[in-house]
Write a protein that binds this ligand. Structure first.
Ligand SMILES: [Zn+2]
Length: 53
């Protein structure tokens, strides 16, 4: 994961398919939820409007 973190909120549909293995790690054991998009993630850098669960 050398690339800059891109929030899940901005991932395209194709990106979810292509980066499924990475996605699994991002959403495992979620600690934050995005109050804009409703997505959950382990680290807040993956969400555009993260709030702690
Ligand atoms: Zn979001």
């Amino acid at each position: 994961m050398g690339e800059k973190a891109k929030p899940l909120c901005n991932w395209s549909k194709g990106q979810y398919v292509k980066q499924l293995e990475e996605l699994k790690q991002i959403v495992a054991d979620p600690r934050f939820v995005c109050r804009d998009c409703g997505r959950a993630a382990h680290e807040k850098k993956w969400l555009c409007k993260p709030v702690r669960i």
